[in-house]
Design a protein around this ligand. Structure first.
Ligand code: SF4
Length: 65
């Protein structure tokens, strides 16, 4: 699994980092930063929860590694 945040869409609300602090940080520009580009299997559910709850649908998940 791979993950990116669309910086043009991310509002910087911080919900993903609050829900899944092992998966996201908030960057200095106020946008979410995934902590992994290639997601370890034990964190896949965390990233999926964040993507499912992002109000802007800015978190994109790709199943290919
Ligand atoms: S939940 Fe979505 S909009 Fe909010 S900071 Fe995270 S990626 Fe950005």
């Amino acid at each position: 699994m791979r993950v990116i945040v669309d910086n043009d869409t991310c509002s910087g609300c911080g919900l993903c980092a609050s829900l899944c602090p092992d998966a996201f940080d908030m960057g200095s520009e106020g946008k979410a930063l995934p902590r992994h580009k290639a997601v370890p299997s034990w964190l896949e559910q965390e990233y999926q929860i964040a993507a499912d709850n992002c109000p802007e649908e800015a978190i994109k998940i790709f199943c290919q590694v």
